[in-house]
Design a protein around this ligand. Structure first.
Ligand SMILES: [Zn+2]
Length: 256
């Protein structure tokens, strides 16, 4: 393989390694972020439940006061009733007593409902508090792990970049500029091998035969006329043999 081309392949391998390294770093960071968001949303949920609980306790208190006030009224009315002489007055007070008893019953029912709600909120709070505790433990473990590996990660990245610099310095400026431009525009691969059939592995279009022959000579720096990727013949790849087990004439002819 042309030496310059082999350096470009090498720098591409380093760049792919760098990309994978950065992606895995991002993945860890986003996992930490997700855990943090999860924890925050649970904390918010807990806060809301506690607010609900305060509200419910207030309502329970109000019901209690109402019930007490209806009870007092009923007692008073019953006392008054004893002193009443006429049937009409008696009946009127009797009706008031019944009305107050109905109101008292209504408050008692409401209070019961609030008490049931309170129980359910308390159970939810207990569950969420447990979840928050688990999330917090998990998150601090992840943070700790990340912190510990951080120094190692910085070193790994520096090693990759140092290695890249050494290879980059071996490549002609014109070539590295083309490589960087294609990488920027097309992503990987920026340098693509050409199959023995003559197809570019970047865009899978066939190279014109003359260009393909020139490339086989390994002495030219060439870009794909369709996708602009830098081209090379990869002699390390063994392409799949046709299913009938025979190697086509063209295939064997193009063997390097
Ligand atoms: Zn192409």
């Amino acid at each position: 393989m042309n030496e310059q081309i082999s350096f470009i392949v090498e720098i591409q391998n380093i760049d792919v390694e760098l990309l994978k390294f950065e992606e895995s770093l991002k993945k860890t960071q986003s996992e930490i972020e997700d855990s943090q968001n999860n924890l925050s949303s649970k904390e918010l949920e807990l806060e809301k439940l506690k607010e609900n609980l305060t509200e419910i306790n207030k309502k329970i208190g109000i019901c209690e006061l109402d019930i007490k006030s209806y009870e007092d009224k009923i007692v008073k009315m019953k006392d008054t009733q004893k002193l009443i002489k006429t049937n009409k007055e008696y009946n009127a007070i009797q009706k008031s007593i019944k009305d107050n008893e109905a109101l008292k019953k209504k408050s008692e029912d409401e209070q019961l409902e609030f008490l049931e709600n309170k129980d359910s909120i308390n159970s939810k709070i207990a569950i969420i508090e447990k979840e928050i505790e688990q999330f917090s433990v998990g998150l601090s473990a992840k943070n700790e792990e990340y912190k510990e590996s951080e120094k190692g990660l910085v070193k790994i990245k520096k090693d990759i970049l140092d290695k890249r610099e050494v290879v980059k310095n071996k490549i002609k400026k014109d070539y590295i500029d083309v490589y960087e431009a294609v990488k920027r525009n097309k992503g990987f691969p920026a340098i693509a091998s050409v199959m023995k059939s003559g197809a570019c592995t970047g865009c899978y279009r066939m190279l014109p035969p003359q260009q393909f022959n020139e490339l086989i000579s390994e002495s030219v720096f060439m870009q794909c006329p369709v996708c602009s990727r830098i081209l090379y013949i990869d002699t390390t790849i063994t392409e799949p043999v046709p299913s009938d087990g025979k190697i086509s004439k063209k295939h064997s002819k193009n063997k390097i």
